[in-house]
Design a binder for this molecule. Structure first.
Ligand SMILES: Cc1ncc(C[n+]2csc(CCOP(=O)(O)OP(=O)(O)O)c2C)c(N)n1
Ligand SMILES: [Mg+2]
Length: 299
């Protein structure tokens, strides 16, 4: 390849990374605006997952937002369903429904419930919120796709606290036993759950798994296990590319993230799992995300 062609490819790669980083920023802004508007909902988990969601919805998943039930679409199970507002923000930006619909979040008649409801939200492959169950559903979808000879992949995103649930490991065992190399799990490894075990100080919490333990567990269950920085867009794209090259077994991406990522006073603080912002906190969050204070429609 000529130097010019190489440079051109590199410029395009950087532009793509910048595009996805901007989408992740907009997801974070929409998460905070929505939770502030609804006066309820989760913050820490959606913010840690924002970069992964941007990559999935805008690069990785083979989907058609205008045709949500397209049979050949990749399947995605958002198993850490309490972080729904991050999912809805990504889906709205991708065109499944208007961005302003986020302001109906949590209303009784809304299509956007606190826990994702596949009977209401277009484009959802699974209802989630009861932690531990999503990988089993994804496993069934991947087996079904194989039986039908469909050329699609199935993705599932789990929390690291969620990986304390026994059902996750039942599904992990079966997936590797069947060699489901078109099944890809992503663990949002933010090292916090809702409360968890208390650490040295009252406001500190121990991570759900000890150092290196989570990767060791997935490996022990026969999964190809890739560890990455879940806020480094180039690393995220590289890991999803690698995951797409199945090697006769399922792949898990263990994405190291920071709970509350993007808003300094939320980062690494377990109590921002779900909490309402004070007006001055909202203003600071918007400023840190490089966003004016006006309404969402102005985005
Ligand atoms: C079966 C089940 N038990 C408990 C809860 C309550 N709950 C909601 S979020 C959460 C913590 C989840 O932690 P993690 O999986 O690490 O998610 P993240 O840090 O990404 O928010 C818990 C215990 C639940 N939704 N489902
Ligand atoms: Mg967690």
């Amino acid at each position: 390849m000529s130097a010019t062609a190489t440079d051109g490819a590199e410029i395009a790669r950087r532009a793509e990374i910048a595009r996805l980083e901007e989408i992740a920023r907009r997801i974070r802004v929409a998460v905070i605006r929505t939770v502030d508007h609804a006066k309820g909902g989760h913050l820490g988990g959606p913010l840690s997952a924002a970069d992964l969601l941007a990559a999935l919805y805008f690069r990785v998943l083979r989907i058609r937002p205008a045709e949500p039930a397209w049979p050949e679409r990749d399947r995605f199970v958002f198993s850490k369903g309490h972080s729904s507002i991050g999912l809805y923000a990504a889906m709205a930006l991708r065109g499944y429904f208007p961005l302003d619909e986020l302001f109906t979040f949590d209303a009784p008649d809304s299509r956007l419930q606190v826990h994702p409801d596949m009977t209401r939200t277009p484009g959802l492959d699974m209802s989630t919120g009861s932690l531990g169950m999503g990988l089993s559903a994804a496993l069934g979808m991947a087996l079904g796709a194989r039986l039908l000879g469909r050329d699609l992949r199935t993705y599932a995103m789990l929390g690291d606290g969620e990986c304390q649930e026994g059902q996750v490991w039942e599904a992990a065992f079966v997936a590797s036993r069947y060699g489901l190399d078109r099944l890809i799990a992503v663990v949002d490894h933010n090292r916090l759950q809702q409360y968890g075990w208390q650490g040295a100080a009252p406001e500190e919490r121990l991570p759900p798994h000890g150092p290196g333990e989570l990767a060791a567990k997935w490996k022990a269950f026969g999964w190809r296990t890739l560890e990455l920085d879940g806020h480094d867009m180039a690393a995220i794209l590289g890991a999803f590319d690698a995951a797409a090259q199945g090697e006769g077994r399922p792949t898990v991406l263990i994405a190291d993230t920071v709970k509350g990522r993007g808003v300094s006073f939320m980062e690494g603080k377990f109590y921002w799992h779900t909490r309402i912002l004070k007006p001055e906190e909202f203003a600071q969050a918007m400023a840190e995300l490089g966003e004016p204070l006006e309404a969402m429609a102005a985005q």
